[in-house]
Design a protein around this ligand. Structure first.
Ligand code: KG4
Ligand code: ZN
Length: 381
């Protein structure tokens, strides 16, 4: 089964084509292409992602990136006799209010043959509504045009499954999740602990009451005058600082539930910077990072123990954080040595479409293309 996956929930325009073989319990995956086109530089000067700007960029880039992906996958064939007329009204409806997409569709997609793919997967939430709609409308138009099934896919499921992809001599291998499993999903918009009984069977047992962990990294970075996105900047700076130099709070670390809260920690950093003359930025970064990591690790270990999970997965943009990867790994090894621990490859921690293809493979809920819409607040359930 070949899946073409599209991801536009935030500021990356991502397209992947993945080929699956074998059964759902033991699949093999071949990434025929996996392209991530980041808009991060464009948004950096605004200090964060501007949703409508993201949408316009996606609309401009989707069709050309798709052609690149098809070419990489050796699935690109130009039509011999090109009578490119769109007269399908269903199709026209989808792109009616998407002039840029329509223009690019005519320019790039109509002149090519239907590629040898079996389904199209697209992220339909959670994410920024305008950004999501760009990918969804493009995917719907493709699905109708090529008469292919559409698999609406949850972005957070993508992050979760990204941890099961391991590289093996430049090839990807899907590691089998032993259930029940626990996933710590940490990104710019989310921080949650998800209990997973089986593929597609999720229960969120804890989530953030205010800021997401990535958001806290971004905000603290801003306070320190570092550029957006702040997560990687903080962790780079933290290497030169002492994590024990400042005693920032570990919010809710001892609370009996599995919820998180990072806004108080962020405020503590703000007050520290306001009240301290000649503070050392590297120390602030290191101490802040340690506080976040301590909370995430402690709660994950406690939840894994309570629910007797056989696998712990880490996913999302913040999963790129080296300290988090290392300390969670060490804690699992020491305290839950029988537990399988799955970390995403660094290249798959940020938003990408390969993870969407994989999540779609495991949760293949095909829908009539015209019935698919953006769900900005979609949760795993
Ligand atoms: O998953 P992602 O790429 O996009 C969302 O779905 O939100 O996550 C982006 C978040 C940003 O907040 C970014 O600052 C954070 O991940 N991030 C990091 C690191 N790399 C990215 N946070 C901490 N340490 C990092 N190394
Ligand atoms: Zn994400």
């Amino acid at each position: 089964m070949r899946i073409l996956a599209l991801e536009t929930s935030c500021d990356e325009t991502a397209i992947a084509i993945a080929e699956f073989s074998g059964s759902k319990s033991k699949p093999r995956i071949k990434a025929l292409s996996n392209i991530v086109s980041s808009q991060v530089k464009l948004h950096a000067r605004f200090g964060g992602v501007v949703p409508n700007l993201a949408r316009r960029e996606h609309e401009k880039n989707l069709a050309p990136i798709l052609l690149r992906a098809l070419k990489e996958a050796e699935l690109l064939r130009k039509k011999k006799n090109a009578g490119f007329k769109i007269n399908d009204s269903e199709f026209a409806n989808i792109l009616e209010r998407e002039q840029e997409l329509l223009k690019n569709f005519k320019k790039f997609i109509l002149p090519i043959e239907k590629p040898e793919i079996d389904a199209i997967a697209v992220t339909y939430g959670p994410g920024l509504a305008p950004a999501l709609w760009a990918g969804i409308n493009f995917a719907k138009a493709l699905a109708v045009w090529w008469n292919l099934p559409l698999i609406p896919t949850n972005h957070m499921a993508g992050h979760l499954y990204s941890a099961t992809l391991q590289t093996d001599k430049n090839k990807w291998r899907v590691v089998k999740i032993k259930f029940p499993a626990l996933a710590l999903l940490v990104s710019g918009g989310h921080t949650e602990l998800v209990l997973m009984k089986d593929h597609g069977k999720y229960k969120i047992i804890g989530s953030t009451l205010d800021d997401a962990s990535g958001e806290a990294f971004d905000k603290v970075a801003k306070m320190l005058g570092l550029p957006y996105p702040g997560g990687p900047e903080i962790s780079r700076l933290a290497i030169y600082g002492s994590s024990t130099s400042i005693d920032f709070p570990r919010p809710m670390i001892n609370a009996k539930n599995y919820d998180f809260s990072f806004s108080g920690l962020k405020t503590s950093v703000l007050y520290y910077l306001r009240d301290t003359k000649n503070y050392i930025a590297a120390n602030v970064a290191a101490a802040f990072e340690q506080a976040v990591v301590d909370v995430l690790v402690a709660k994950t270990i406690r939840a894994a123990r309570q629910y007797k999970t056989k696998t712990i997965l880490l996913g999302g943009g913040v999963a790129a954080n080296k300290k988090l990867r290392k300390e969670l790994g060490q804690k699992v090894e020491k305290e839950l040595p029988k537990t399988q621990f799955l970390l995403p490859d660094i290249s798959l921690t940020g938003d990408n479409a390969l993870m969407i293809a994989l999540a779609a493979f495991f949760n293949n809920k095909q829908k009539t293309p015209t019935a698919v819409g953006a769900e900005p607040n979609l949760t795993l359930s």
